[in-house]
Design a protein around this ligand. Sequence first.
Ligand code: ARG
Length: 561
Amino acid sequence: MIKTLTDILREELPDLDFDVQTSNDPERGHLSTNAAFFLAKRDHASPMKMAEELRSHLHKHAPSDYFEKIEIVAPGFINVWLTPDAIRSEFKRICKTKVWGKGKKRKETAIVEYSSPNIAKPLHVGHLRSTIIGDAIANIYDFLGYSVVRWNYIGDWGTQFGKTIVAYKKWGDREKIKKSPVEELSRLYVKFHEELKQHPELEDSAREEFKKLENGNKTNLKLWRWFKKESLKELSKIYNRLGVRFSIYIGESFYQDKMEGSVRSLIVDGLTKESEGALIVPLEKYGLSPGLIKKSDGATLYLTRDIANLEFRLDEYKPSKIVYVIANEQALHLSQLFAIADLRGLGEGVELRHVKFGLVLGEEGKKFSTREGGVIELGQVLNEAVKRAEQTIKERKASLTLVEAKRVAQAIGIGAIKYNDLSQNRLSDITFDWEKMLSLEGNSGPYLQYTYARLKNILRKARVVPKLKASALEENRDFAIVMKLAEFPEVLKRASQFYMPHYLANYLYELAKKANSFYQSEPVLSSTPEFRNVRLNLVKETVKILKTGLNLLGIETVEKM
Ligand code: ARG
């Protein structure tokens, strides 16, 4: 039903990010949309006038028993009342559908690239954001029926390896690397930069060592392979704890022998220029600084590898979209990459998308780090979250066995971190506020998990949920929940189209709030058979959507907490 409304509007406004929301106030109808403002902006007209036009358009295109009335409210909102029959039949449809919101399998591949840490440089929480956001986006696309390739483009090549090799040869310790490779390699990298201040000649040694690595020097190759192996082992432990997986780990080193071909194509197409001995691709046409393809010493760059990477992806997977989940800071790099793709006519018709995100700030609003030098140990951040969740559980004195409590703490702690990230607009900087993140009240992961567990408890007590008799569905009270449930598929579409997981997170929060306040005031189990039937069905569908939605965000639900 929301679908009908949205579909009619979408036909008019295919690319605009307007929304159709269920309203919180029955006085304002069941649904309301801001679509007229978007149309007004596009057509330089007044929102009120556009709202009028939309209203007649809606009346013309909807089934005849669909709208009860449509009201326009200054400065241009459209409020919609649906007929009780429309709402009842929608609820029947929701109850009958096995997985509400799930899309049919389609023959389209989406490559979603996320996490992509550098294994010889300090990991930072930005990589945690990329991991969390990317995983959610991949899950949503998968749910909507795409074939999703989850790609971890690890930073396993580049001059930084020269630095790490120099540092290891000078100050490294085999055992320490074995014990905690990511931390130790980061430490070496940081130490290299500290020493560099006194000993600028280290820069040359690093270049030398990397050159040797590129040329296949045995010792360096062996070191590089070992660093990589140990780091990936440790990373996969973190991914396991986060419940995140990848279909492919193809990183920068893979493109070493493919870059020459890409560079040649650029030259053949006449897109390059020499500049002070280096090879560049001028990009004034796009308002961008030139893309650096080769340094004067012949070394290739991050951008060169990404060009080869893009060509490979297009050839091998024939995707309809490639989504790069990478921090705001790399916006220029991605713009250059996409501009070069455009110049070369690569991937015409393929959507290339930089899904950007802001920084993670600590509680005082400073860049989040646990240690001098910006070295952040993701494992420790996760430990901290779980420890705090354990505390919360203890305080609640829930009747859980020791084993259950451990599992619940894990789900809540990790869920809190993920939800904190995914419930905020990804473009903004987010804060890492432990208290708020782990609170059982307000817009938090634990609150949603708690709501889920509580509703699940009602179903457990009821034992069976009878087949729906929709006629008993009460106007206003029950309708409000139905409207919210009905919104789910549209929310997913919008979250996917704009790569905004917070649309989904905030929807789940709204749903949970509605469900909580409803079941606080209306009895379910003890009401008359008629109402009991309807309400149990409402609880059941709410529970299903909460679970589906949270899982799409990569958050586990727990049955008791
Ligand atoms: N490894 C890079 C970093 O940590 C991120 C890679 C992003 N992906 C890409 N295709 N460039 O900064």
